[in-house]
Design a protein around this ligand. Structure first.
Ligand SMILES: CC(C)(COP(=O)(O)OP(=O)(O)OC[C@H]1O[C@@H](n2cnc3c(N)ncnc32)[C@H](O)[C@@H]1OP(=O)(O)O)[C@@H](O)C(=O)NCCC(=O)NCCS
Length: 148
């Protein structure tokens, strides 16, 4: 991700997420040491991922693919390449939170060897009150990531 991608990234997030991060949150991530990556298709930003990392632990903070091109393998490509980068930078585990209702994201994470390791009650805002999140973890210590 480059600084001039941030507006397009925020637009992808707004189109894809029910409770989107504001553009300022992407700017904050970009200006910190978060690992921010864009997916470009024919020069257009249509997806992104944001990871944080500390010592040997990585966290996937956000990922989205523009709705019109979801379900075509781009999310898997973006996440698996992000995990490989995290692994190369020394991460032994990657954690994330996902809404319990987010079927496609849970399937994607499960297919890349994330396991549910916990639950956070009322973690996310929802249309009616709050929604629980699963905490999921992927073991990156064995050098055998799923590669697309
Ligand atoms: C979650 C998201 C990033 C997945 O990206 P994607 O490009 O649509 O996913 P892919 O096409 O790479 O599919 C990967 C796997 O996800 C699952 N999946 C994708 N779309 C799905 C759908 N509509 N229904 C059910 N499962 C789906 C499938 O298991 C698929 O694997 P398969 O093709 O072997 O069956 C994307 O749907 C998205 O941006 N969602 C909105 C934002 C979001 O929820 N982000 C996650 C926050 S935790």
């Amino acid at each position: 991700m480059q600084a001039n991608d941030i507006e397009a990234v925020a637009a992808v997030e707004k189109a894809a997420a029910e409770f989107p991060w504001p553009q300022s949150q992407f700017e904050e991530s970009f200006n910190s040491d978060h690992h921010c990556t864009v997916l470009e298709v024919e020069g257009v930003v249509l997806g992104f991922s944001v990871f944080s990392h500390a010592v040997d632990e990585s966290t996937l903070l956000n990922i989205a693919i523009y709705p019109d091109i979801q379900g075509k393998g781009y999310g898997r490509l973006l996440l698996s390449s992000g995990l490989q980068t995290q692994q190369q930078q020394g991460a032994k585990q990657c954690f994330l939170e996902v809404r319990v209702s987010n079927v496609s994201a849970k399937k994607l994470y499960g297919s890349l060897r994330f396991d549910v390791v916990g639950m956070r009650k009322n973690y996310y805002p929802a249309k009616a009150g709050r929604e629980d999140a699963y905490t999921m973890c992927c073991d990156l210590s064995d050098n055998t990531l799923v590669v697309v």
